[in-house]
Design a protein around this ligand. Structure first.
Ligand SMILES: [Zn+2]
Length: 71
């Protein structure tokens, strides 16, 4: 995903997750770089949360990448 696209889609992304205007703190956290967006899906959270989420939800994808690099 392009960086430009990422910046403009965060608001929609959070809205899609059920975060309304009252939760703009979340969008602000993302825009300021405190939170990150998962590169593989729409999950948003702190870097630690992203790392945990990635291991848990995208373990297969990571394994594929590792295999591809060794080939
Ligand atoms: Zn994800």
């Amino acid at each position: 995903m392009l960086a430009v696209e990422y910046g403009s889609s965060v608001a929609q992304l959070l809205h899609g997750h059920g975060y309304g205007p009252g939760h703009s703190v979340s969008a602000r956290a993302v825009s300021e770089g405190v939170w990150r967006k998962c590169p593989a899906c729409d999950y948003v959270g702190a870097p630690a949360s992203i790392a945990h989420h990635t291991k848990k939800a995208h373990a297969a994808a990571i394994g594929e990448q590792t295999q591809g690099a060794g080939r």
